[in-house]
Design a protein around this ligand. Structure first.
Ligand SMILES: C[S@@+](CC[C@H](N)C(=O)[O-])C[C@H]1O[C@@H](n2cnc3c(N)ncnc32)[C@H](O)[C@@H]1O
Length: 330
């Protein structure tokens, strides 16, 4: 068993009536042995694929939490993600609920204890084991109202956008510097019928595309539920938002223009593999002459990879942090 999963299980009561497992698909079997009923929530659709269908819940909401007395959770990398989960558990699980949240010691911070302490009267840390540790919370304080998801009004070049985000949504209410660079050049993307925001986060790029191309189709894809739900709220019904990893839902040559601020890590680990897989997927789904607009950290050697995987790639602009390119599919 993975050390983080092990420390969660080791610091937990032996039995529960209803165990909820959050973002820890590797604990499903252990949970089934310990609890009368097990439900599993995974924000990342790739994690859901690792869990038996009958254990998965479609939403993490009041109904899913109604009789939960034990929660096992891998600590989210974003503090807001932990705050949102803790708020939901405290609001809707039974009063005697116990929450056991585990992570690698190098990723733990005091702020995580504070996030839990906003929603539970008792918060303690386990002893460390194999460079991992668990945070234990009990005594839920029921919130009068839920503070997640959050939203705010942005003025982007004169367009008023109501930006929504969950705790785990990328950039969490900020406009990421890379995204900003792409926004500043969004008027240069081709006029086309079918646009896609690949790895849409809060859906800002998709929302802007619906404003500038109101007669076109705009789709958005993200592997994270926190992103897809935020996109549905930010961009509304004008965007077809898919909770998916990659582009299986799209036929070959079915898209004209893709905009993408790709992932350069998964969880806390830096990793180029997911982005390179997305580039290959983009190549399959773009029609001839289709455009792939991509913004990425300037130190990454992705311009040549884009040329190999999609087609001739032009440097549009670059600053100290970010590079913006356009690749033409052939
Ligand atoms: C750098 S963020 C960009 C988000 C948003 N487009 C923006 O600019 O603010 C990358 C996004 O890609 C998503 N992502 C990561 N792997 C993915 C995959 N295999 N398929 C779809 N989306 C993915 C992440 O969840 C994240 O929201």
């Amino acid at each position: 068993m993975d050390p983080v999963d092990r420390i969660i299980a080791a610091n937990s009561p032996d039995h529960a009536r209803h165990l909820l497992i959050v973002d820890a698909p590797g604990l499903a079997d252990e949970g089934t042995a310990r609890a009368g009923r097990v439900s599993v929530w995974c924000d990342d659709i790739r994690d859901r694929a690792l869990v038996a269908d009958e254990l998965l819940i479609p939403r993490l909401d009041a109904a899913a939490l109604a009789d939960v007395d034990l929660v096992w959770m891998r600590l989210p990398s974003a503090l807001g993600g932990l705050d949102e989960y803790a708020e939901l558990v405290a609001a809707f699980a039974v009063p005697e609920v116990q929450l056991v949240a585990g992570g690698r010691e190098k990723h733990l911070s005091r702020s995580m204890n504070s996030a839990l302490a906003r929603h539970f009267s008792s918060v303690a840390a386990s002893l460390g084991q194999q460079k991992s540790r668990a945070l234990l919370a009990s005594g839920p304080s029921r919130a009068g109202h839920l503070s997640w998801p959050k939203h705010k009004r942005l003025d982007i070049g004169g367009e008023q956008i109501d930006l929504w985000w969950h705790g785990a949504t990328f950039a969490a209410g900020r406009v990421d510097d890379g995204t900003r660079l792409l926004i500043d050049h969004l008027d240069r993307v081709a006029d086309a019928d079918r646009y896609l925001d690949l790895g849409c986060g809060s859906g800002l790029l998709a929302a802007l595309l619906t404003r500038t191309h109101p007669d076109s189709t705009v789709a958005a894809v993200d592997a994270s539920w926190a992103a897809v739900d935020a996109t549905r709220r930010t961009a509304g019904a004008a965007v077809e938002a898919h909770w998916a990893s990659g582009l299986d839902a799209f036929d070959d040559q079915s898209i004209d223009v893709i905009v993408c601020n790709p992932p350069f890590h998964r969880g806390a680990a830096k990793d180029s593999a997911p982005a390179l897989t997305l580039f290959a997927e983009a190549s399959r789904t773009l029609g001839p002459g289709g455009e792939f607009w991509c913004v990425f950290n300037s130190h990454l050697p992705w311009k040549s990879r884009l040329s190999q995987l999609i087609g001739p790639t032009t440097l549009i602009t670059q600053n100290r942090g970010y590079t913006l390119t356009r690749s033409l599919h052939q």
